[in-house]
Design a protein around this ligand. Structure first.
Ligand code: GTP
Ligand code: MG
Length: 367
């Protein structure tokens, strides 16, 4: 499962610049509103130094990191749902993403036009939130009109369930609340809700785009945002997107490290963003190490061994017998699978084993 994140924000706040600092795919970023029209999709490989260290010991034919996909779309403006700007149809491009990256302009620059005339990230955030809620309301209303009749007249249980959930979303959205504030009680409702793909039901990561001097400590705009989102279960990330996108252009890792440390940054925006997204989405990584490949896999924190096996292949989950687990630190210490085994550091785990971040897994299964 490649994790997908969609970028939203007003025009000209630095969405495509952020996209460029994250991914190798290049999007056009320029100082005019609505620079982006068609969506840009980029694949970021998740940097994980454990993969490199393991590969040095195993010498595999290939190293396969796990990936995150980023979708950069056009800027939204106030009234987008009524056709202002480029309208809101392009939001369909981020309908099925796992999380939203909400980019907020937190830098002053007279030369970069702000569509609303001044820099105010909290106002901007409210405009975007409102437009996302209206888009969701559109989807909810459309679904309601499909199921209403069946739900109210017949004994159609499924339609009744759908209708009840939809009405709750409608009420919340009409009060200007995001769909994620609706707490559903049972698994069936949750399943139905997931399939609605509501934008305001997705976890959100606020990305404050600052000038390079504020890359570490942030600035007054970042503090405004922090205050405004304190009751939301959201992450906030400070990125100096422009300078980082320039740094990302350098060929070698050493050069990039050098420029980042000059800014006072220990880690690039990509790394920080991925870590924040993983935290937000409750994701962790397990590893597999074989002569063909050393590979990282993303799974939902708290998953048991069979579910993790299923990340590799559904047959692995169905035919799961057991898992042989070596802790990453042990592998590095003893330097091979057989040495770990001899040292008693390979554990045989069954169906109830809860996989831990960094576990090196070997699944046994039959099909
Ligand atoms: N000074 C400064 N300029 C920035 C920063 N980030 C982006 N810019 C500039 O702002 C302008 C707009 O950036 P884009 O990344 O194209 O903005 P966008 O949000 O993708 O805009 P649309 O595609 O039009 O919605 C460009 O000229 C960037 O160079 C920043 O941190 N500081
Ligand atoms: Mg753009």
């Amino acid at each position: 499962m490649a994790l997908q994140c969609g970028i939203v924000g007003l025009p000209n706040v630095g969405k495509s610049t952020l996209f460029n600092c994250l991914s190798n795919a290049k999007a056009q970023a320029a100082n005019f509103p609505f620079c982006t029209i068609e969506p840009n999709v980029g694949v970021i490989t998740v940097p994980d130094e454990r993969l490199t260290k393991l590969a040095e010991l195993v010498n595999p034919q290939r190293i396969v990191p796990t990936t995150v996909e980023i979708v950069d779309i056009a800027g939204l403006v106030k009234g987008a749902s009524k056709g202002e700007g480029l309208g809101n149809k392009f939001l369909a491009n981020i309908r099925e993403t796992d999380a939203i990256l909400h980019v907020l302009r937190c830098f002053d620059d007279e030369n970069v036009t702000h569509v609303d005339g001044s820099v105010n990230p909290v106002r901007d955030k409210e405009i975007i939130d409102y437009e996302l809620q209206l888009k969701d309301l559109e989807s909810v209303d459309a679904r309601i009109s499909k199921v209403q009749k069946q739900a109210q007249t017949g004994g159609d249980k499924q339609a009744k369930l759908a209708y009840d959930v939809l009405v709750r979303y409608k009420e919340a959205l009409e009060q200007g609340k995001p769909a994620r504030t609706v707490k559903l009680e049972n698994k069936e409702d949750e399943k139905f809700a997931r399939e609605l793909f509501l934008l305001t039901n997705k976890p959100v990561l606020y990305v404050c785009n600052v000038d390079e001097t504020s890359a570490i400590a942030g600035n007054k705009y970042v503090e405004m945002v922090r205050g405004a989102i304190k009751d939301e279960n959201a992450e906030l990330l400070i990125v100096a997107a422009k300078i980082e996108s320039e740094i990302a252009e350098f060929e070698t890792y050493e050069e990039r490290e050098m420029f980042l440390s000059e800014l006072g940054l220990e880690e690039s925006g990509v790394n920080r963003l991925i870590k924040a997204a993983y935290r937000l989405l409750n994701l962790e990584t397990f590893l597999t190490a074989g002569v063909q490949e050393v590979r990282a896999w993303t799974y939902l924190k708290g998953s048991k061994a069979p579910q993790c096996a299923g990340v590799i292949h559904t047959d692995f989950e169905k035919g799961f017998i057991r898992a042989e687990v070596i802790k990453y630190e042990d592998y590095i210490k003893y330097k091979s699978e057989s040495a770990c085994k001899d040292a008693g550091k390979m554990n045989i785990e069954g169906k109830e084993y809860v996989v831990q971040d960094g576990d090196i897994m070997h699944f046994r299964f039959n099909v």
